[in-house]
Design a binder for this molecule. Structure first.
Ligand SMILES: [Zn+2]
Length: 277
C-alpha cells in the first residue's frame, strides 16, 4: 500500500443508507480510502451479510477494518467474563475476515486497580489463546489492541508495542488522540515522531509500512479521555501528527473518529495530500 489511506469509524453521515455497504459506497464516492466497521455494541452481522460486504469491498477497493465490542476485559476477575471477552474478539475477527477486512481493533482491558505488569500478563495470556485459535481457523486478520485514553484502561504505547512484539499477528492500533488525552501531553511533532520511532525500534520498519491509526479531536480531564470532539474544536495538533506520519513515510489506514466523521477524515486527507511532493 502506498502512503496512508483516510476514512471513517463507522458509516459516514452523508451515506444514503446507514448500512455498512452504504458506508463503503459513500467512502468511495467521497474519494476516501478506508472505513472501520463498528461492532462496538456487539457483532450483529451474520456470515451472509458479511459476504455481501466483501463484494462491495472488492468492487470499490475501499480498505476495511473492524472495531470489536466495548464489552471486553481480558483482565476481568471472573473467568466467564474473560471467556466472553475472548469470544467477542474471535467473533469480530471471524466476521471481519469474511468481510474482507485486514485488521481488527479492540479495547483490551481495565487494570481494576492491579499493577500494570499483572494486567499485562493476563492480557498476554488470553490474547495468546485467541491468536492460537485464529491460527487453527486459518484466519489471517491482524489483531490490534488499541492505545487507550483513560488512566484506568490497559493500553499504553509500551504495553501495546510489547504485546505486538511478543505475539504473532498482533500489531498496534495507534490512537494518537487517546495517547494525548491520557496525560494531556504527546501533542507535538517531536512527541508524535518519538512514538513512530518507538514503533520502528520495537517492531521494525514493517510496522510503519502496515499502520492502523485512529485520530479525532478529544476532550479530556485529569483521568484522561472524556469525549471525542471535531478536530477544529479541540487542542489536538493533527497537522503536526500528519507531518510526522509523512516524514516517517508511514503507510496503512487512518480512521477518523471525530463526531463529524467524514468531514474530519477529508480534512486529514487534504492536510496529508498538501504535504506530498
Ligand atoms: Zn476504540
Amino acid at each position: 500500500m502506498a502512503g496512508l489511506l483516510f476514512g471513517t469509524g463507522g458509516t459516514p453521515h452523508s451515506a444514503k443508507s446507514p448500512s455498512t455497504i452504504g458506508g463503503i459506497e459513500r467512502i468511495a464516492e467521497l474519494g476516501l480510502g478506508c472505513m472501520e466497521v463498528e461492532f462496538v455494541q456487539g457483532v450483529r452481522m451474520g456470515e451472509a451479510g458479511a459476504r455481501l460486504v466483501r463484494e462491495t469491498v472488492i468492487k470499490t477497493s475501499v480498505k476495511l477494518s473492524a472495531h470489536g465490542p466495548y464489552f471486553i476485559n481480558l483482565n476481568a476477575r471472573e473467568p466467564e467474563k474473560i471467556r466472553a471477552s475472548q469470544d467477542r474478539i474471535l467473533q469480530t475477527a471471524r466476521i471481519a475476515s469474511i468481510c474482507g477486512a485486514e485488521s481488527i481493533t479492540f479495547h483490551a482491558a481495565f487494570y481494576l486497580g492491579d499493577p500494570p505488569e499483572k494486567a499485562y500478563n493476563m492480557v498476554k495470556k488470553y490474547l495468546k489463546e485467541i491468536m492460537e485459535q485464529l491460527e487453527r481457523e486459518n484466519n489471517r486478520v491482524w489483531v490490534r489492541p488499541e492505545i487507550m485514553g483513560k488512566s484506568s484502561q490497559f493500553g499504553t504505547i509500551e504495553e501495546i508495542l510489547n504485546l505486538s512484539s511478543e505475539l504473532e499477528r498482533v500489531a498496534p492500533c495507534l490512537d494518537f488522540a487517546h495517547w494525548h488525552a491520557r496525560d494531556g501531553k504527546s501533542n507535538s511533532y517531536q512527541e508524535f515522531a518519538s512514538v513512530l520511532e518507538q514503533v520502528e525500534q520495537k517492531l521494525g520498519r514493517v510496522a510503519l509500512d502496515n499502520m492502523h491509526i485512529h485520530v479525532s479531536g478529544i476532550y479530556y480531564g485529569k483521568k484522561g479521555e472524556l469525549k471525542h470532539l471535531n478536530l477544529k474544536e479541540s487542542d489536538f495538533q493533527y497537522a503536526e501528527l500528519i507531518k510526522a506520519l509523512r516524514d516517517y513515510d508511514a503507510r496503512g489506514i487512518v480512521i477518523c473518529e471525530s463526531p463529524n466523521l467524514e468531514e474530519d477524515a477529508l480534512l486529514l486527507q487534504a492536510t496529508y495530500n498538501a504535504l506530498k511532493t
